[in-house]
Design a protein around this ligand. Sequence first.
Ligand code: UT7
Length: 323
Amino acid sequence: MLRSVVTGVGGYLPTEVVTNDDLAKVVDTSDEWIRERTGIRRRYRAPEGVSTSDLAVEAAKQALQRAGRSPSEIDLIVVATTTADLTFPAVATMVQRKLGCPVGIAFDVQAVCSGFVYALAVVDGFVARGQAKCALVIGAETMTRLMDWTDRGTCVLFGDGAGAVVVEPGEGQGTPADRGLLGFSLRADGAKQDLLYVDGGPSSTGTVGKLRMQGNQVFRHAVVNISEAILLAAKAAGVEVADIDWFIPHQANQRILEGVARRVGIDEKRVISTVADHANTSAASIPLAWAEGVADGRIKPGDLLLIEAMGGGLTWGAAVIRL
Ligand code: UT7
């Protein structure tokens, strides 16, 4: 059987650093509150003129270089984003143009913070059918553009960035020893839209809108939903949670990361956490953390990875991948 094998990962953070103290000058908050409730110390912000596709291109370049591939080999690009440069075309076609990739398949996936997990599962469908030989799966966001800078309950939580993986087909035996995406679980519950959404859009207000969130409600759902998705993904992959080498969660809040790890029985030493330095970069957070784990030598070939996320929709999901 054909497996979707991740052959390279890259990440990119924009140049501007925003500390908690910087935000305390804008809204009634403090470094102490933000660190205690979220674990966040700082976040990155894309400067004016730099858009989501620019971040995506930089992350993709690094992923391609680590995979030993060139843009000319890319036949499928899927970008997970909720902060596209324009209402259309898709960021993916902009990345295709900016990287100089040949004519192929390119489109965006919109599942907010769960976007990267959804996009990987979508790409797996193309790879498993032999319809893609070299794919880019990118999570890229400029979430700071959706912030209401008078709402301290949300504006301190998010940052900008991008992460990317190169996915190629590899022959597998259909066992958990195979390299590649071994199993996943995706879920959505549209009845919970009001907990996390943006109050604008092209066919409603005609504006971009601002992010609105009932943080404590989202928090409550996150730990339960994500834990359930992890167990389903592990079952689909035919592995035990105890077999996982590295847990790479969506980076929304350190307390959520720890709560999930405790609930499903993952040792805290196995958790890759970047929330302190990146804050919540939505669909970019998993590949960014993954890239960091590879760059600092923790994640190695053959390792079994578990990724998970939850976001607006609500959407959530998890996936198990062997490198
Ligand atoms: O990626 C998408 C998924 N998103 C998430 O997973 C986010 C999930 N939610 C969270 O991470 C947490 O709920 C928050 C960090 C957003 C909030 O933490 P919390 O412990 O749930 O606090 P809370 O919302 O219950 O608010 C507690 C208090 C409130 O004051 P009162 O009503 O008790 O007087 C808030 O007004 O904290 C206040 N507060 C703040 N204080 C200082 C809220 N934001 C801030 C702030 N600085 N930035």
